[in-house]
Ligand binder design. Sequence first.
Ligand code: HEM
Length: 442
Amino acid sequence: MCPPNGRATRDDWETPLSRRAFVRAAVATGGSAALSACLGEESSLDAPEGATNPASLPDRQHAWNGSLPTDDDGNVRPPEHHVFLGLALSSDPDDAARETVAAALADVERAVERSADGVLFTLGYTPAYFDRFEPSLADAVDLPAPDPIVALTVESQVTVDTDDALLHLASDDGAAILAVEEALFGERDRLNGRSLSATLDSVFDRSTRRTGFVGPGMPADRQEGLDGIPDGEPVPEEAPFFMGFRSGFRENQATEDRVTIREGPFAGGATQHFETIALDLEVWFEDNDHSHRVARMFSPAHAEREAVGEYGEKLGTATGVAGVVDEIHDHAREYGAVGHAQKVARAREDGEPLLLRRDVNTTDGDIAGVHFVSLQRGIGEFRRAREAMLGEEFGQYGLGPRQSNGILQYLRVRRWGSYLVPPRTHRALPTPVPDGNAEPSR
Ligand code: HEM
């Protein structure tokens, strides 16, 4: 039957506009079997073909920026659609399973270009995955067991990701993501006209499926009827994120070099933090005017100087928060507010941001939210930034988590996970000593 949920008919599917709407619904709901029926086994994907020799692709799984377009200001433009699959091992991570995973991923790379027109992906592993091996990972990578920092965050009930792995798939073409997901899990025989020699379903079960999107107009298009957003469609038409502002400016992001592990068995990899946040934007949009929102998101000085524009269009490639970090205590005293970006910029090192953020919006469960994804060399760097975001010291000026202490008041943390994203060479079921001997200890 094609397509699912009675949301569109086969005739709708034939027109490009409805095809987009349908794919959007399918990405969000995971309607992959139905999408398969629509695309057909031979696949009508528009995705460019992949690499003749996957070994020629960058060794850094997280090296996406070079294959992504930039916006008019020169900032990297993230892919529009995202699927995050939590994976639980269903077999022992032995050599046979390792070969299966390696073959399946290389087949995807042969079938579909590694780009926003094709598909970009990373496969990361949790501390819980590595716990089954001796020796421990501890000496090789800064990846402690997840320990959510929620002390000062309101109404948060946090589930820690204890699955083994996370596959992050991203593309401007939702159909390409779904086709890759189906092919990897044995639900379609051919991907972009090629067959896969191996699939992941004999090694992993999909335990969670989260979806996201990012781009100008996308949150405004999807805001109606969501939990967490007041009536009246307050999200500005051009904003790429639900809170109404652009993000990811080039000079406020760590470079891919900066987040790459430099030495040890996983040199060329990175650590990844993945946090799901529900947004509570009633007060954000109804009780704050635009100037207050700018003060809380960027800084009170940004609000006073009207430096941001409606959704961040005035900012170009930098927020300029580094210039207002030193004034943050004065701002807390004088304005009774400090900015989110201003607070977290205090965690920079030698003036350079430590986190490469790849966060996206989500409507999973019909709740407006954010899947906050960041890459950094070690989880300790993430924690420094996350602690800076709490801004506990501003309590002395009366700025608790329910006051104008950045954007804390509007965030409800729901899930929290840490991953190692190994270099491509070690991305298939690595042991803590991928080039040497490691034994399962359980
Ligand atoms: C709903 C959640 C969030 C929203 C809407 C949000 C939004 C923003 C915006 C608009 C900026 C300024 C633009 C830019 O620099 O790209 C920013 C900067 C930043 N945010 Fe967030 N953010 C969120 C959560 C987080 C979390 C959980 C962290 C974790 C520590 C974080 C860390 C940062 C960092 C490191 C910067 C750059 C600071 C610098 O310039 O050094 N954000 N965020």
